[in-house]
Design a binder for this molecule. Structure first.
Ligand code: NCD
Length: 351
């Protein structure tokens, strides 16, 4: 594997190896403190971040490497009209590995198609967030000891929540997974995610968190993604759809794992924080070790170009997603796999 754009770029065996490596790093950090001496990680964040950017930086520093990058596109030549492809070509000349977050869906695919160093997707719009999923899987293995036969409740913004999309795609590969998709009807899981990952899966959709809680092994709470709403009033109306508190957990399993990619807004009351089943802060801490394991793997594997770009040009079609990179990036081929856009996976429409 040379880039991590989508969690499915990793096989289940590679995920097991990364989780085991992260655990070893956690137990024996001194053994890894020089492993990336002389290497440079570039963190390119065209969108806000706390945990992802800082845990990537912390991971590289803990491996003895260095970090450069930016936290706001506003301070870069993007404001002068530079394309993603040109920005990445330059950064690849100044670094050994790139972690990027971008508001446009599919931007890391464009990046991986021109970069001579490995590219990691640290979140692309409302599409995917594979390194959060690695963080989630590391936590699940630590707290529950397995990935199979788990009933996973995902609650909140399933429409725009990229962490949810990547976690579903990863967990759908394990035997006996049941998904309970808890959201207001306006924020249901998009069809492209359902069609791609839930075709043969056991899942139910519901609106009541309280009704769902008793059967869950994992409750994955998410923030309503205000920044992705076109209509501010709709966000105001939906933002407090779910608030988990201690009282709502009275019928939950004693072994439940309460997770959240963070940041939380209102969706988990602070009275849950002291419950031993509240795992979200440990989950975030693990992000440092799993990213160390990922950086080591990509620097070992990642030589040369290995673009995920696939599909065919089709002059009849146009991607229907206004947040797709293919709508803004100049000079790239508009590619489709069947009637789906190759960059953002959403349905294309006739021109
Ligand atoms: C998430 C993200 O950026 O998608 N945060 C993170 O990376 N831990 C979740 C969110 O912003 O709600």
């Amino acid at each position: 594997m040379k880039n991590l754009v989508d969690i499915l770029d990793l096989t289940k065996e590679e995920i097991d190896d990364l989780v085991a490596r992260a655990d070893d790093i956690y137990r024996h950090p001194a053994m890894y403190s020089d492993a990336c001496h002389g290497k440079i990680l570039a963190t390119l964040f065209f969108e806000p971040s706390t945990r992802t950017r800082l845990s990537f930086a912390s991971a590289m520093m803990s491996l003895g490497g260095s970090v450069l990058g930016f936290e706001q596109a506003g301070s870069t030549s993007v404001t002068k009209g530079e394309t993603v492809a040109d920005t990445i070509r330059m950064v690849a000349a100044y670094s050994d590995i790139i972690a990027m977050r971008h508001p446009y869906e599919g931007a890391p695919i464009v990046a991986s198609s021109v970069s001579k160093v490995p590219v990691i997707n640290a979140g692309d719009g409302g599409h995917f967030h594979p390194t959060q999923t690695l963080t989630d899987l590391f936590s699940i293995r630590e707290k529950l000891g397995r990935f199979d036969h788990l009933t996973v409740g995902l609650c909140g913004d399933l429409k725009y929540g990229r962490t949810v999309h990547s976690l579903i795609s990863a967990m759908s590969r394990y035997e006996g997974t049941k998904f309970v998709l808890i959201s207001p009807k306006e924020l249901k899981l998009p069809d492209y995610v359902k069609e791609e990952f839930l075709k043969d899966a056991d899942y139910v959709e519901c609106e009541s968190l309280e009704d769902a809680i008793p059967e869950l092994d994992i409750l994955y709470m998410t923030r309503i993604q205000g920044e992705r709403f076109a209509d501010r009033d709709e966000y105001e109306r939906l933002k407090d759809s779910y608030i988990l508190n201690a009282a709502k957990l009275k019928d939950a399993k004693p072994t439940l794992s309460i997770m959240h990619p963070l940041p939380r807004v209102n969706e988990i009351d602070v009275d849950v924080d002291t419950d031993p089943r509240a795992h979200y802060f440990d989950q975030a801490e693990g992000g440092r070790y799993i990213r160390m394991a990922l950086i080591l793997k990509l620097l070992d594997d990642g030589v040369g170009l290995d673009s995920r770009l696939r599909g065919e040009e089709n002059p009849e079609l146009r991607c229907s997603n206004p947040h797709c990179i293919s709508r803004t990036e100049r000079g790239i081929k508009k590619l489709f796999v069947g009637d789906r856009c190759s960059y953002c996976d959403q349905a294309a429409s006739a021109k």
